[in-house]
Design a protein around this ligand. Structure first.
Ligand SMILES: CCCCC/C=C\C/C=C\C/C=C\C/C=C\CCCC(=O)SCCNC(=O)CCNC(=O)[C@H](O)C(C)(C)COP(=O)(O)OP(=O)(O)OC[C@H]1O[C@@H](n2cnc3c(N)ncnc32)[C@H](O)[C@@H]1OP(=O)(O)O
Length: 197
């Protein structure tokens, strides 16, 4: 069966899924994770059009992040675009894989929009990995408004799929791949993940 015809993977882990394992060298709870790629739309500091999300490690395999909705993120007048909020959730969920020293891409992501999010609102994001099954990583996130304990405005469930570094080298545009390979920090970061405990 081709990948395009495969039935959607359930967002509920199978019975023989296992608990996620925090890597011994993962940043301590409270420490910032830093950007995984300077030009990333979600977290890259060098990306002028990006969301500039900065995730911090939590306990176990969990993270927190804040995202301020700007005027450039509107869908309806004065309200955040749902796709932008989903991007913020995707990035926050994606950063969880860093705590396990696993390189993974989003396979499936489902968002519930619970409350409208006005411009200038700070979205307080929290995400956690709940289970791992072979290459599949199951994670969930919520975004609250009005403070870290405020009401939930968005929530999402996702399945990430573990990939090798070669995934990016094979599929990425040569120009950007070459530039990333010329960055010693980027290469060190990504190569460190190839050796798992
Ligand atoms: C030294 C140079 C460095 C260069 C790189 C530099 C930096 C890169 C660093 C980090 C970047 C990492 C991540 C980015 C982080 C955050 C950004 C947010 C995350 C994203 O925004 S990321 C972009 C959007 N994302 C994609 O661009 C994926 C496109 N897609 C594919 O590339 C393939 O489709 C793939 C790889 C997903 C699977 O392909 P495949 O052939 O490897 O795997 P296969 O088919 O064998 O499936 C194996 C098992 O996964 C299940 N499975 C497969 N596909 C699924 C799906 N869609 N949903 C649910 N489950 C799925 C199967 O059901 C099976 O499950 P089971 O084991 O139970 O049978």
């Amino acid at each position: 069966m081709s990948a395009a015809n495969r039935p959607k993977t359930s967002l509920v882990p199978p019975d023989d899924a296992v608990a996620p394992v925090r890597h011994p060298e993962a940043p301590a709870p409270g420490a910032p994770l830093g950007a995984h790629y300077d030009q990333c739309f979600g977290c890259g500091e060098g990306q002028p059009h990006g969301l500039h999300l900065q995730a911090r490690a939590g306990d176990g395999v969990s993270v927190t992040a804040e995202f301020t909705v700007k005027a450039a993120h509107q869908g309806a007048p004065g309200l955040a675009h749902g796709g932008v909020l989903t991007s913020a959730l995707d990035e926050t969920l994606g950063s969880l894989n860093w705590l396990m020293h696993v390189i993974a891409v989003t396979g499936r992501l489902e968002t519930d929009f619970v409350r409208p999010v006005p411009v200038d609102t700070v979205l307080h994001l929290e995400a956690r990995t709940t289970a791992v099954h072979r290459r599949k990583i199951y994670s969930s996130a919520v975004g609250r408004i009005g403070g870290p304990d405020g009401p939930v405005a968005v929530r999402a469930d996702a399945v990430f799929i573990e990939v090798k570094v070669e995934h990016f080298i094979e599929h990425g545009r040569d120009e950007e791949i070459q530039a990333a390979m010329d960055e010693p920090d980027e290469v060190r970061r990504i190569r460190a993940f190839e050796v798992n405990p």
